[in-house]
Design a protein around this ligand. Structure first.
Ligand code: HEC
Length: 143
C-alpha cells in the first residue's frame, strides 16, 4: 500500500511540474505572435500601390509634353489656369467628362470667364485620339 501512495504522490508532483512548465511556456508563445500582428498592419499601409494607374501616367506625359498643359496648369496652385485639384473636384462633383470638354463639345464648368484662354488649346486637343484624351482625364482626375 505504501508503494501505491508514493506513486500517487509522484504523479501529483509530476502534474504540478508539467502545469508549471506550460504556464512558463505561454509568454514565449505570445512573444512570437506579436511580430505577426505588426506585419498585418504593414499590409494595410501599402495601399498606394493600387493608385498606380498606367492611363494616368500616360496622361501625365502628354500633359507635360506635347500637350503643353503644364505651362498653365499646376497640381495645386492656380497659375494662368485653375489647379488640377480644382478642375478634378469640379468634374467629379458634377460627374462631367473632361474628354468631351477637350473635344470642344461642352461648356466650361470651372472658370467660364477665362474660357477664351483655354479655348485656344482645343487646336491641340482636337488632334488627339480618344485614348490620349482619356489619359489626360485620368491624370487630371488623379488629383
Ligand atoms: C495658355 C494657358 C493654358 C494652357 C496651355 C492650357 N490651359 Fe486649360 N485652362 C486654362 C484656363 C485659363 C482655364 C480656365 C477657363 C476654363 O475653365 O475654361 C483652363 C481650364 C481648363 C479645364 C477646365 C475646363 C472647365 O470646365 O472650365 C481643363 C479640363 C483644362 N483646362 C485642361 C487643359 C489641358 C488638358 C491642357 C493641355 C492640352 C490645357 N488645359 C492647357 C489655360 C490653359
Amino acid at each position: 500500500m505504501k508503494k501505491v501512495k508514493l506513486s500517487f504522490a509522484a504523479l501529483a508532483v509530476l502534474a504540478l511540474v508539467s502545469c508549471g512548465d506550460k504556464k512558463e511556456a505561454e509568454p514565449f508563445g505570445k512573444a512570437t505572435e506579436e511580430p505577426v500582428a505588426t506585419e498585418t498592419t504593414t499590409e494595410t499601409v501599402s495601399e498606394p500601390v493600387t493608385e498606380s494607374n498606367p492611363l494616368a501616367d500616360q496622361g501625365k506625359e502628354i500633359f507635360e509634353g506635347k500637350g503643353t498643359c503644364v505651362s498653365c496648369h499646376q497640381p495645386s496652385t492656380k497659375v494662368i489656369g485653375p489647379s488640377l485639384k480644382d478642375i478634378s473636384a469640379t468634374y467629379k462633383a458634377k460627374d462631367a467628362s473632361i474628354v468631351t470638354f477637350l473635344k470642344g463639345e461642352a461648356d466650361p464648368l470651372v472658370d467660364p470667364t477665362q474660357f477664351e484662354v483655354m479655348k485656344a488649346n482645343f487646336a491641340i486637343t482636337k488632334q488627339m485620339t480618344d485614348e490620349e484624351l482619356q489619359s489626360l482625364e485620368a491624370y487630371i482626375k488623379s488629383f
